[in-house]
Design a protein around this ligand. Sequence first.
Ligand SMILES: [Zn+2]
Ligand SMILES: [Zn+2]
Length: 80
Amino acid sequence: MPGAVILCGRGSKRFSTCSVCHRPCATQLCDYVRRVGDVGHKKTCDAALCISCRYTPDGQQDFCPEHAKMIREDVSAPLS
Ligand SMILES: [Zn+2]
Ligand SMILES: [Zn+2]
């Protein structure tokens, strides 16, 4: 891929690729919990997110844009 390599970290620490903007800057994972299967098994989204793409409503949990939108549209839903 042409163009400059964008480095977002400090030193030699390696970051994951952000699932939104695809820069190698991701430091967070989406904490949105979704139910999987028929036994109420829970699994987090775990989309890799950079600091620019994450949404942090309470300063503790990080959400990808897709799930941030769901949360904002359903503010009565518990986050845990
Ligand atoms: Zn990003
Ligand atoms: Zn997500």
